[in-house]
Design a protein around this ligand. Structure first.
Ligand SMILES: NC(=O)c1ccc[n+]([C@@H]2O[C@H](COP(=O)([O-])OP(=O)(O)OC[C@H]3O[C@@H](n4cnc5c(N)ncnc54)[C@H](OP(=O)(O)O)[C@@H]3O)[C@@H](O)[C@H]2O)c1
Length: 284
């Protein structure tokens, strides 16, 4: 894949940073350089020579999307912004790599397959589902659904490490089940699809390893970081009781990886990547 013909949008997000590391000579843009919700910004951008858009831009604040302002922004970025990119991709015969979420499902099916009917619970999920439907209209698309993303930025592992550093013993939900996805694996999977010219389609892509709860992940984090702290299980309902503006969450976030396996891609176990991630964080 010729990196100079790639454009990474949302370059400063967790995924955007990892994509820039993988493709250092690719073009990349932040919101100031290319605001996907602004039609003029998209239309006036120089698309000449671009063959692949890697869209890492999104509104990812799941609870923020439940507020009046957040709902508006989430729809703009995750649906209208994606519509703008789809139009540009059609016009310029560009391949669009777009990333979505297991939040497009209600969490009842286990694991979620790529062909499961959409059933989002909250506003973020609705907007991501709208984006998915738009991307799937494009002949040349890779729609990649992932879950529980960990990279450079604000994320669950960093939050728990900082609690651990302070000696806090947290209550963590043990009824949401899934797998972490390290951005390094997400990028490796994207590169696999592109480099091997795998059929354009929708693919699930997360780390491998047995699915567990956020509470169990916290125990792994504390073990790897050598924090001798207790993690108490709680339920999602208990944790969010009396809190306002909390988005409903799918209880099962596990994505089936059978389809991407058949293309010849196997990702690493989330536990191995978690250990490496924590080692780097502690040495940073
Ligand atoms: N994080 C997760 O746990 C998770 C789970 C499942 C799926 N996903 C999906 O994975 C993808 C990557 O997530 P992430 O964690 O890397 O997200 P992230 O860290 O929140 O980054 C999102 C990026 O999008 C940019 N952006 C927002 N509005 C924009 C606009 N109007 N025009 C251009 N760029 C804009 C942001 O730029 P600013 O900094 O300027 O706002 C930010 O750099 C997203 O599609 C997300 O839905 C994430």
């Amino acid at each position: 894949m010729d990196e100079s013909k790639m454009l990474i949008i949302g370059a400063n997000g967790q995924l955007g940073i990892a994509l820039r590391e993988k493709y250092p000579t690719a073009k990349s843009t932040n919101t100031t350089q290319l605001d996907i919700i602004n039609k003029d910004s998209v239309d006036n951008f120089d698309w000449g020579g671009i063959e692949v858009i890697l869209n890492a831009a999104a509104y990812t604040n799941v609870d923020g999307a439940e507020t009046t302002e957040g709902r508006l922004t989430a729809w703009k970025v995750n649906a209208v912004g994606v519509q703008n990119l789809v139009k540009v991709a059609i016009k310029n015969d560009i391949t669009l790599v777009h990333v979505s979420s297991e939040y497009v499902f209600d969490g009842r099916q286990n694991p979620h397959t790529e062909d499961e009917p959409l059933s989002p619970l909250g506003v973020y999920g609705h907007t991501k589902a709208a984006g998915d439907l738009l991307v799937q209209l494009l002949p040349k698309h890779y729609l990649i659904r992932t879950s529980w993303v960990i990279g450079e930025g604000k994320n669950f592992v960093r939050t728990m490490l900082s609690l651990g550093e302070k000696g806090t013993e947290p209550n963590v939900v043990n009824d949401q089940i899934g797998r972490l996805t390290f951005t390094s694996e997400l990028v490796r999977g994207i590169d696999h699809l592109l480099s091997n010219h795998v059929s354009y389609d929708t693919y699930n892509l997360t780390n491998e390893g047995n699915p567990v709860s956020w509470a169990d992940i916290t125990r792994e984090i504390f073990k790897s970081a050598n924090y001798d702290l207790k993690v108490t299980n709680t339920t999602t309902a208990e944790y969010f009781a009396n809190k306002e503006g909390v988005a409903p969450r799918p209880l099962n976030s596990t994505l089936s990886l059978d389809k991407i396996h058949k293309t010849g891609f196997t990702s690493s176990d989330w536990r191995d990547d978690l250990k490496n991630y924590i080692e780097k964080e502690k040495n940073a």
